[in-house]
Design a protein around this ligand. Structure first.
Ligand SMILES: Cc1cc2nc3c(=O)[nH]c(=O)nc-3n(C[C@H](O)[C@H](O)[C@H](O)COP(=O)(O)OP(=O)(O)OC[C@H]3O[C@@H](n4cnc5c(N)ncnc54)[C@H](O)[C@@H]3O)c2cc1C
Length: 377
């Protein structure tokens, strides 16, 4: 079915952010059309490990880290109710698992840093010595110095979560279209009135850019929206027997147990532009790190490897809000390492903006980067 010529809201991009935005709006009776040029969850959102881990991810030393922590906790609290509602509405099970997470220390110095983190965060984080950690997770290496147990952190299967958002949005009347590229924004003076597609112009009251790493290309000629790709490679292995019950995270590598008997091991962080290849060095480094923390993984059967492009902003907070000087245009992009986690908060903020309830988080507003471009307006 061709997309409607006009909608209340046009969402560009069918990753976790675009699909969450579509769902939160459609649930309120807003007429939404979502256009995705490739497949739904075909980019970063299909590649993600699916961790919902704000306590492990937060950079506690910066003000922006504390903003992230506030919204990460808010989103984490939403997940149990969210996945239940999405599952009922869509028939898709996002494989939500309230597993908990162990941050593992390889030596005393790393252990001291983690103990300090526990003291700063509270949140029921508990320091475990080597024996206690290995009692909880027998697959951990006997070389570890200890681990920080975070019982509240969880994970989902990211591509399934995206599909659940999209199908639940469709059940609430949203038009979701894959294989539908947006070539440009349709503008009339200082207002965006819709988008240009190969099938012609589609109009809407609001256009929301949920275009991840590709956001600057559609926003050409508008005030700057600084989002850039950071490649993450990730591998899937057969889980050892017994499988880890929790997410195990040592150094910059994590091992996430999945319900299909696999573990995913991620992820590299590489500034290589839009190159989405899986490389020999990427896979080698992940496998070496995984076996350092969980020695049995050295003997695990290899399943697959893939890569995705995280949308990074300079301060590692997303851009969620209206684009200044351009009426009718909103952006929800730049969620870097935590778009899956932050998807409920982002959907709620965009919903409230469209419904005229104002903006919930000033630190996410795109205007923090604005130097108007010469051709803007
Ligand atoms: C290896 C890896 C592991 C990760 N692990 C986690 C994790 O454990 N937890 C977590 O919370 N986050 C994780 N992330 C980060 C997370 O994947 C991203 O933050 C999130 O997916 C961003 O979602 P998005 O919808 O903004 O972007 P994307 O998923 O990239 O979606 C953007 C979409 O816009 C579409 N698009 C672009 N331009 C156009 C156009 N002109 N017309 C139509 N469509 C267009 C693209 O095709 C794409 O599908 C991970 C990322 C990677 C790469």
């Amino acid at each position: 079915m061709a997309p409607p010529r006009t909608s209340d809201v046009l969402v560009v991009g069918g990753g976790v952010i675009g699909c969450a935005v579509a769902w939160f709006l459609a649930r309120e009776g807003v007429a939404v059309t979502l256009l995705e040029r490739g497949e739904i969850a075909g980019q970063a959102s299909g590649a993600a490990a699916g961790m919902l881990a704000p306590l492990a991810e937060a950079d506690l030393g910066t003000p922006t880290g504390r903003v992230f922590l506030r919204w990460g906790r808010h989103s984490l609290e939403r997940f149990p109710g969210l996945v239940e509602e999405l599952g009922e509405s869509s028939g898709v099970d996002p494989e939500f698992r309230p597993s908990g997470l162990l941050r593992v220390a390889g030596d005393e110095a790393a252990a001291a840093v983690l103990r300090e983190r526990a003291a700063a965060l509270g949140e029921g984080l508990v320091w475990l010595d080597r024996e206690e950690a290995r009692l909880l997770e027998p697959q951990l290496s006997p070389e570890v110095a200890g681990a920080l147990h975070s019982p509240r952190e969880c994970h989902v299967r990211s591509p399934l979560l995206v599909r659940a958002y999209a199908q639940a949005a469709a059940r609430h009347g949203a038009h979701i279209e894959a294989g539908a590229p947006v070539m440009a924004l349709a503008r009339e003076r200082a207002r965006v009135v819709g988008v240009e597609t190969p099938a012609g112009r589609l109009t809407a009251e609001h256009v929301v850019l949920c275009t991840g790493s590709w956001t600057p290309s559609l926003a050409a000629g508008l005030p700057e929206l600084p989002v850039a790709p950071v490649r993450g490679q990730i591998v899937s292995l057969d889980a050892p027997d017994p499988p880890p019950a929790r997410i195990l995270w040592g150094g910059s590598t994590y091992v996430v147990p999945k319900p299909d008997g696999s573990v995913v091991v991620g992820a590299t962080e590489e500034h290589v532009g839009f190159d989405r290849r899986v490389t020999a060095e990427g896979v080698r480094s992940l496998l070496a790190e995984a076996a350092r923390w969980v020695p049995a993984l050295a003997d695990a059967s290899f399943r697959s490897a893939w890569a995705g492009l995280r949308p990074e902003t300079p301060d590692h907070l997303p851009l969620v809000g209206p684009v200044p000087t351009v009426d009718g245009l909103l952006v929800a992009a730049g969620h870097f390492r935590n778009g899956v986690l932050l998807s409920p908060a982002t959907g709620e903020i965009v919903r409230d903006a469209v419904l005229g309830k104002g903006w919930a988080e000033p630190a996410f507003l795109p205007e923090r980067w604005m130097r108007p471009s010469p051709s803007a307006g």
